[in-house]
Design a protein around this ligand. Structure first.
Ligand code: DU
Length: 231
C-alpha cells in the first residue's frame, strides 16, 4: 500500500470503543463557537510532506482542534504555537493552521499524533496507546528513508513513540533515556544511518501560560532538527 492508502485506512479506524464514542459525541455536541461547523469526528492521520526529513510527534488530537478540522494540530491553541514556530524556522509555508483548506504546507516536515483519536480529558489509556501504535509504526516505516530527525512534543509522546520506533525497525538504546526539553538520542535508522530524536516541551496551554515553554524554546529545538536533517 501507499502512504495515501495508509492515511485513508487509519482515518476510518474504530478499534477503541471509548475513543470512538468520545470523538463522535464531541462532533455532535460541538463547542458553541463552532456550532455551525461539521466536525471531522474521526481519527486524525499524519499530515504534511510525504517524504519528510523532520517528523514531529505530538500526543493526540484536540477535541475541538484536530477532531474538528481533520488535520492534526489545526484549529487549536497548541497548534497556534507549533505552526507559528514551524513557520519562523522555515518548516511551514504559513504561520497559522486554521482549517484543512487554508493552503498551509509543511516544508520537509510531517506532523503525527501517536494516538489518533481525541481522548476524554486528553488522556488516552495505556491500552488505547498500544492499540494505536501500529499505525504510527507503519507510518514511520514508510518515511524512514527520508527522516533524519524526530521531534517529540512532551513526555507522553516520548513514551508512546518508543515501541513504535522498534516496530518500525529503528535501533534504539536498551534503556529509554529520560524525556527533557532538548534531550537528544541518536537512533539507527532502518534505512541506514542515524536519526536524531529530540525532546521538546509540548506547547500546551498549561506550558505556554506558565512560561514553561516559550517561542524561543520551540524555535531552538525545531531549528536544531532542521539543520541536523540538512534543511
Ligand atoms: O495535493 P498535495 O500537494 O499532495 O498535498 C496534499 C496535502 O499535503 C495538502 O494538505 C498539503 C500537504 N503537503 C504538505 O504540507 N507538504 C508537502 O510537501 C506536500 C503536501
Amino acid at each position: 500500500p501507499s502512504l495515501d492508502e495508509l492515511v485513508a485506512r487509519q482515518s476510518v479506524c474504530r478499534a477503541c470503543p471509548r475513543l470512538v464514542a468520545w470523538r463522535e459525541q464531541v462532533a455532535v455536541e460541538r463547542r458553541r463557537a463552532y456550532a455551525d461547523e461539521e466536525y471531522w469526528g474521526r481519527p486524525v492521520p499524519g499530515w504534511g510532506d510525504p517524504s519528510p526529513r523532520v517528523m514531529i510527534v505530538g500526543l493526540a488530537p484536540a477535541a475541538h482542534g484536530g477532531n474538528r478540522t481533520g488535520r492534526i494540530f489545526t484549529g487549536d491553541r497548541s497548534g497556534d504555537w507549533l505552526f507559528a514556530s514551524l513557520h519562523r524556522v522555515g518548516l511551514a509555508s504559513q504561520a497559522t493552521s486554521t482549517r484543512a483548506d487554508d493552503g498551509q504546507r509543511l516544508l520537509g516536515a510531517r506532523v503525527v499524533a501517536p494516538v489518533r483519536c481525541a481522548p476524554p480529558a486528553n488522556k488516552p489509556t495505556p491500552a488505547e496507546r498500544a492499540t494505536c501504535a501500529p499505525w504510527l509504526a507503519r507510518e514511520l516505516r514508510f518515511v524512514a528513508g527520508d527522516v533524519r530527525a524526530i521531534v517529540v512534543l512532551g513526555g507522553y509522546g516520548w513514551q508512546a513513540l518508543w515501541p513504535a520506533l522498534k516496530e518500525a525497525g529503528y535501533g534504539t538504546p536498551a534503556r529509554r533515556p529520560a524525556f527533557g526539553h532538548g534531550a537528544e538520542v541518536e537512533l539507527t535508522s532502518p534505512a541506514g544511518g542515524t536519526t536524531l530524536l529530540i525532546g521538546c516541551y509540548h506547547p500546551s496551554q498549561q506550558n505556554t501560560f506558565t512560561g514553561r515553554v516559550t517561542e524561543a524554546m520551540l524555535d531552538t529545538v525545531l531549528t536544531r532538527a532542521r539543520t541536523y536533517a540538512g534543511l
